[in-house]
Write a protein that binds this ligand. Sequence first.
Ligand SMILES: [Zn+2]
Ligand SMILES: [Zn+2]
Length: 361
Amino acid sequence: MANAVKGVIAGAKGAPVRVETILVPDPGPGEALVRIQACGVCHTDLHYREGAITNDFPFLLGHEASGIVEKVGPNVTNVAPGDFVILAWRAPCGTCRSCLRGRPWYCFASRNAQQKMTRQDGTPLSAAIGIGAFAELTLVAAGQAVKVNPAARPEAAGLVGCGIMAGLGAALNTGGVSRGDSVAVIGCGGVGNAAIAGAKLAGAHTIIAVDVDDRKLEWAKQFGATHTINSRQTDAVQAIRDLTGGNGVNVAIEAVGKPETYRQAFYARDHAGTVVLVGVPSPEMKLELPLLEVFGRGGSLKASWYGDCLPTRDFPMFIDLYLQGRLDLERFVSETITLDKVEDAFHKMERGEVLRSVVVF
Ligand SMILES: [Zn+2]
Ligand SMILES: [Zn+2]
């Protein structure tokens, strides 16, 4: 049986998104049907709408979501109807070459639902990052539904499913920030501020926030930045060195995804330090660096996919830290909106007015 519900569809490249009635199948083997309670509006949804990711229109957008498991198909053991879950776009397969090497956060065959959600006329929908959660119900692989403490507020919890996890994980998993480290975070939107919160959780001593927007730097202070630099007014690299005894930081996190900010991160780190790229570049971007500097500075240059997270390990932990008052997820929720306001939320995001707009159902 298919369930007719409302969902937000990007029908054509660049066209405004629309709420349509969609058909969501009942779960088959290994699948779970989830009643969505909240779903954040992420840059990636906008990138889908702009045709910047793939051309497989129409898309069912939305992927930073939490909800309640409604039904499960045969052979599902990790969740049951009534469970409160966060949806993950990484559900390790357990059998690919990376999973077999004990590195499931690099899984190359992450699972998704087998059945397609469709328009009423039967046209299959491409679900954003294999989720599609701007909808009252969505169908996922059961492994994508990660059970967490139901005491969490859905609008805060859902954000752990994408951008906030990426930022926390860039600091904690990829960057390996630890007690006493100095850290710089370049770009203080949702992901960058989550990296700041992650650095604080890890016990970093100096946390330097860099952005071109004073409003975002104010947010950064609230998440734990000890210093802020407006790089429109000040040379960020020099300012970071000045704040670290002339040396640069142990870990420099780039949360913008542009060559010029990557170079800032590269030059703002101390010798043998780490650069983490978590900002997502676009295909035409190129990076030029003196190779001798890459060699001579040692350390490591890393990229962070989804914060190198293992959802079943990390989601419940971050939700518990939030419930203990040690991770302020609520502060990322700038506003809650209804399903028909996603297009407006894209414009607010482009103007830098919000950390996250979150659709509540
Ligand atoms: Zn795998
Ligand atoms: Zn996202």
